[in-house]
Write a protein that binds this ligand. Structure first.
Ligand SMILES: NC(=O)C1=CN([C@@H]2O[C@H](COP(=O)(O)OP(=O)(O)OC[C@H]3O[C@@H](n4cnc5c(N)ncnc54)[C@H](OP(=O)(O)O)[C@@H]3O)[C@@H](O)[C@H]2O)C=CC1
Ligand SMILES: O=C(O)C1=N[C@H](C(=O)O)C[C@H](O)C1
Length: 250
């Protein structure tokens, strides 16, 4: 059986990549390509929707898809913990449907976030510096927000990180008390550094995306998973067993 995909944001950088990947993915076919001028009803007739649009648009795409019986794979940034909680409540009333939200399709990025989350309990001084291409419209990046939220959750019992003078604008935007600094620069694809300071030492986790090919494996894994998805799933790590590495060889 072929899964019919409505690709929302098809003309964009991620949309073009996903369209290409689906062409060589057995069992999937893009039946609708939507952009900013398309009515959302163009999705109707598809089995699943893939959303790679803009943070301000993604919610309406997901709402329309769910209203019309489509599960959704979301690659768009901007799905903060609050929005995800609201979505979980909605999905609780739609037991046949699922939404998979993947802040970053790159395996390396997901691993870097996992390592940083593991280490977060051991350091009180933590900051994130993320850098993206100049065309990126949102900041902080979805990956940085997710990383900060996971680190804050991991150290919930320890309280906020030590972020002196965090009221000064140049100290970044705090997410879960962790200052996040965003750089938008020509020449860069995507980069994130999580820096942790301790007594006489600094531990850092850096991930560089050098080209969009870094997203390919993760997109294939998430696409296969969305067909049978139920409820809300967040992060590529939820689709993989990071301890054993199983599922990563797509
Ligand atoms: N999860 C991940 O690993 C990654 C996520 N991203 C995220 O994915 C998103 C898209 O990134 P990218 O492809 O680089 O962005 P682009 O700006 O290249 O593409 C955006 C796409 O969204 C479409 N769009 C804009 N408004 C609407 C609307 N109202 N309805 C339907 N479609 C609309 C645009 O269509 P039109 O041309 O008609 O305006 C375009 O096709 C961003 O949030 C980005 O942060 C990016 C890279 C990796
Ligand atoms: O806009 C991008 O390019 C990216 N967006 C995502 C984010 O906001 O984290 C994922 C990746 O960093 C690239």
């Amino acid at each position: 059986m072929t899964t019919k995909v409505a690709l929302v944001g098809a003309s964009g950088s991620m949309g073009r990549l996903i369209s290409q990947l689906i062409e060589s993915e057995p069992g999937f076919e893009v039946v609708a390509r939507l952009g900013s001028a398309s009515p959302l009803s163009d999705m109707l007739g598809a089995d699943v929707a893939v959303d790679v649009t803009r943070p301000g648009v993604s919610q309406s795409v997901v709402d329309f898809a769910l209203d019309n019986g489509l599960s959704v794979l979301v690659g768009t940034s901007g799905w903060s913990a609050d929005r995800i909680t609201a979505l979980e409540h909605r999905l609780a009333t739609l037991p046949e449907l699922g939404v998979i939200i993947v802040p970053n399709f790159s395996l390396g990025s997901v691993l870097a976030t996992r390592f940083a989350t593991m280490a977060a309990r051991f350091f009180d001084s933590i900051e994130i510096v993320e850098a993206h291409h100049a065309a990126k419209i949102d900041s902080p990046s979805g990956t940085a927000v997710r990383t900060a939220e996971l680190m804050a959750a991991a150290r919930a019992e320890l309280g906020p990180v030590a972020a002196p003078h965090a009221d000064q604008r140049a100290r970044g935007q705090q997410v879960g008390s962790i200052p996040v600094h965003s750089i938008r620069l020509q020449g860069i694809v995507a980069r994130q550094e999580v820096i942790m300071g301790g007594d006489g030492e600094v531990l850092s986790f850096t991930h560089d995306t050098l080209s969009n090919t870094a997203y390919e494996k993760g997109i294939r894994i998430a696409l296969r998973a969305v067909v049978d998805a139920r409820g809300v799933t967040v992060g590529l790590d939820s689709l993989l067993d990071l301890e054993s590495g199983s599922g990563a060889g797509a």
